[in-house]
Design a protein around this ligand. Structure first.
Ligand SMILES: *[C@@H]1O[C@H](CO)[C@@H](O)[C@H](O)[C@H]1NC(C)=O
Ligand SMILES: *[C@@H]1O[C@H](CO)[C@@H](O)[C@H](O)[C@H]1NC(C)=O
Ligand SMILES: *[C@@H]1O[C@H](CO)[C@@H](O)[C@H](O)[C@H]1NC(C)=O
Length: 435
């Protein structure tokens, strides 16, 4: 009995010494900074899980935010802290909302106290119905690299101070009710690579100078006006300004050799389509519903045989080119769309025969959707030995020809009429303008 007591005492002594040693060497303490803790408290006070009878308490985001916890860094959902070897620990990442599809997200507003989390490098708000402005104080968080506050109901303009955060890499504020414009100071952000501001009510012109290393710019479904920036960053891979009120020529896109996704649809762009945009590396080119005109001149077979360095390569799986609903004229280009999987050229003013190449591409399965309706085309050279795969979607209606029987599968909006009224076609069917 005596002996056990003695060894227990010595064990406690050893433990005590060991713990003091840990303390001296700064080993794990798990003490969160009191300023951060108080900021987290404010953040929680201004937000709440959207009540839902379907969501069990365990799936509510704030269930784990128990302020009597000794170690918030490891028990609070959505937070990441600095290393436990640093004392006190600071919050470095804050992800608000579970992001699970079976929860409704958060309601309330964003507390300005977020700006007291001065070591924060990532701030994410998952989909919900959070309202009110983006706190201007976020601009104090110099370490922020990622701001993603999407699919909520945030209002007001984007704080200018955000466009001065030196380390900002990703800014995603899409699907909110934000208004105002993008300040030109944006161009100074050397680290900024991803800007997603789609589906808001932003207006004004896109600044002429954009961050030099920008990879992804998505401004779709806003109220932007004016022309495309004169000089786009050469690094850009994804560009969408679809569904705005922009106008002017498609200048300045030629040099963007990294571009793989271009969506300028549903604007008022005019002029011709630059030849250089027809390249297989640009696997999505969406220019529909603009005011583009002129013929589609493409790198032709003869010019590519001259420069052996640039043989026409094939577009790949998933590729899409949509030039529909413009005012394009002339004959359908050859050598431009080899292997484009989905090709929409409908509702333009194309004339002449459909080149055999198009039929061939359908036959081989390279092209699976080809819409040519509502043009002035005069012939579809269906060769008798060719059978098109069943999966092909081909629409030829409302042209200056009677489409081959049983071939066309048109969308509902193509209308009922198989051909144009003859008087609209007299200029094209007599060989007059088709040459
Ligand atoms: C930040 O923390 C300090 C100290 O706790 C506090 O006085 C201040 O009100 C906080 N700021 C915000 C915006 O909450
Ligand atoms: C469309 O472009 C033509 C010139 O190509 C121009 O005259 C016309 O005003 C433009 N229409 C609109 C609605 O922008
Ligand atoms: C056909 O040509 C005539 C005379 O050049 C012109 O007035 C008319 O607008 C043209 N029709 C179409 C549909 O282009």
């Amino acid at each position: 009995m005596h002996k056990t007591k003695y060894s227990l005492l010595s064990l406690m002594l050893v433990l005590f010494l060991f713990c003091s040693l840990l303390k001296i060497q700064g080993l794990p303490q798990n003490v969160i900074s009191p300023i951060d803790l108080s900021a987290l408290q404010q953040i929680k006070n201004s937000l709440t899980d959207i009540p839902s009878s379907h969501t069990s308490p365990s799936k509510r985001f704030f269930t784990s935010w128990d302020f009597s916890s000794l170690d918030p860094c490891s028990t609070f959902a959505g937070i990441t802290c600095t290393s436990p070897f640093l004392n006190p620990r600071r919050v470095t990442s804050l992800i608000l909302g579970t992001g699970l599809s079976d929860t409704l997200g958060l309601a309330g507003s964003l507390s300005p106290s977020i700006s007291n989390l001065t070591e924060l490098n990532q701030l994410v708000l998952n989909a919900g119905i959070v309202t009110g402005p983006i706190p201007t104080q976020l601009g104090n968080l110099r370490n922020l690299r990622v701001i993603s506050l999407t699919n909520n109901r945030l209002t007001g303009s984007i704080p200018v101070s955000i466009f001065a955060l030196p380390n900002l890499h990703t800014l995603d504020l899409s699907n909110n009710d934000l208004w105002g414009s993008i300040p030109p100071s944006l161009s100074h952000l050397d680290q900024l690579k991803v800007i997603v501001l789609g589906s808001n009510r932003l207006s004004g012109e896109i600044p002429n100078q954009l961050p030099v290393h920008l990879l992804h710019l998505d401004l779709k479904n806003n109220l932007f006006t004016g022309m495309l920036p004169r000089k786009m960053p050469l690094s850009i891979r994804y560009l969408s300004v679809s569904g705005n009120r922009m106008w002017g020529p498609l200048n300045g896109l030629e040099s963007l050799s990294e571009l793989v996704y271009l969506d300028l649809s549903m604007n008022r762009f005019s002029g011709t389509i630059p030849v250089s945009l027809f390249r297989s590396s640009l696997s999505s080119m969406l220019l529909q519903r603009n005011n583009l005109s002129g013929g589609v001149t493409t790198p032709t077979a003869s010019s590519s045989s001259l420069s052996s360095s640039s043989p026409l390569s094939l577009y790949g799986e998933g590729s899409i080119v949509d030039l529909s609903h413009n005012m394009l004229t002339g004959e359908l280009p050859t050598g431009a769309f080899s292997g484009v999987e989905t090709l929409f050229l409908n509702n333009n003013r194309f004339t002449g025969k459909v080149p055999e190449e198009y039929v061939q591409n359908l036959h081989t399965g390279g092209t699976t959707t080809l819409y040519l309706q509502h043009n002035y085309l005069t012939d579809f050279p269906m060769l008798s030995h060719m059978k098109l795969p069943d999966s092909v979607s081909l629409c030829l209606s409302y042209n200056c020809m009677v489409p081959p029987v049983g071939l066309t599968a048109c969308p509902a909006n193509a209308g009922e009429q198989l051909s144009r009224p003859a008087y609209q076609c007299s200029n094209f069917t007599n060989g007059g303008s088709t040459g």
